[in-house]
Design a protein around this ligand. Structure first.
Ligand code: SF4
Length: 315
């Protein structure tokens, strides 16, 4: 059995930075460090950080006074920032800079008097963060059908932004429907879908050309991992999401000679290795592992100033 690894796969620069922030905060300030929401959508990452002394909470009410607090890579609404300021909590913001860029873009459109439309998934923390950052009402759309149902008068000056982890194909149809409905709509010159999401989606399409089945390592609540599974299926290759090797089902790979393997942006490489080990355990023929040619990523994001020098985190 050939196992073909997608390139690139796994951790993106935003996830690396977010995990680094928690680890360095623990080193610098000692445990516990409180993290609002899963730092990234991966249980293994969260559990590893828990073992090092991070405490994960959903709301700031669960954070004791004075405790060092980290905001997750998905971003937070302004109300959360304000609450942290009111409580003088020392905060380290692990919001991915590419998510912050979308926030800023949304704020600019609002400042220019445009009503804002966000293309994204209801309930996703990035969407909640973005809606709560722009300082104005935001209309969320999730499908072309929802565009048809919108009640915003067509003459209204509107602008759109998108969640960073959607697929270009998903957003294309919605953007087209919005453009048909609002003739002077404006949006970003390139989409807001981030480089890591795009690169992993391109790689999974390439993988689909040579693989009989595609396995995507990632969490069920990871938006970008789910998109990778959807893309594999759209191009006609059976594709499955699995958190780690223990979730591998033998029937997925039975009779397949080429197994494509990739990982969402929040899944660590050790889980890819774990799936390879699981494949080796169930394979009837010898397993060979190869990596596809693909884009090399060199993007790195700077850590917050507090972790680059000896300043205490801002209250
Ligand atoms: S997937 Fe993209 S937007 Fe999300 S954390 Fe990674 S680099 Fe940032």
């Amino acid at each position: 059995m050939r196992v073909i690894l997608a390139q690139p796969r796994g951790f993106c620069a935003g996830v690396v930075r977010a995990i680094d922030i928690v680890e360095r905060a623990l080193e610098k300030y000692g445990e516990p460090v409180y993290v609002r929401h899963e730092i990234v959508h991966n249980k293994h990452v969260v559990d590893t950080l828990k073992n090092k002394g991070a405490v994960f909470v959903e709301e700031l009410t669960e954070v004791p006074d004075g405790a060092v607090t980290v905001f997750s890579a998905h971003g937070v609404p302004k109300t959360v920032v304000q609450t942290a300021q009111d409580r003088k909590l020392p905060v380290l913001d692990a919001t991915c800079p590419l998510v912050s860029k979308v926030h800023n873009q949304g704020k600019r459109y609002v400042q220019h008097g445009r009503q804002l439309i966000l293309i994204g998934h209801a309930g996703h923390p990035e969407v909640e963060g973005t809606m709560g950052q722009v300082g104005a009402p935001v209309t969320l759309v999730q499908s072309e059908a929802e565009v048809a149902d919108m009640t915003i008068p067509t003459a209204t000056p509107v602008a759109y932004i998108t969640q960073t982890t959607l697929s270009i194909d998903d957003t294309k149809g919605i953007i087209l429907a919005l453009k048909k409905r609002f003739s002077d709509i404006v949006g970003p010159e390139t989409t807001d879908i981030c480089y890591a999401t795009q690169n992993r989606q391109t790689a999974v399409r390439q993988l689909a050309e040579v693989a009989d089945v595609i396995l995507v390592v990632g969490a069920k609540n990871s938006s970008n991992s789910n998109r990778l599974v959807e893309i594999g299926r759209e191009v006609g290759v059976p594709s499955y999401l699995l958190a780690d090797g223990s979730e591998l089902r033998p029937e997925w790979v039975q009779g397949k000679s080429a197994v494509g393997l990739t990982a969402g942006a929040s899944a660590p490489e050790r889980l890819v290795e774990d799936v390879i080990a699981a494949l080796r355990r169930i394979a009837v023929a010898p397993v060979s592992v190869e990596t596809m040619d693909g884009k090399k990523e060199h993007i790195e994001f700077r850590l917050p100033a507090e972790l680059r020098n000896d300043r205490v985190p801002a209250a």
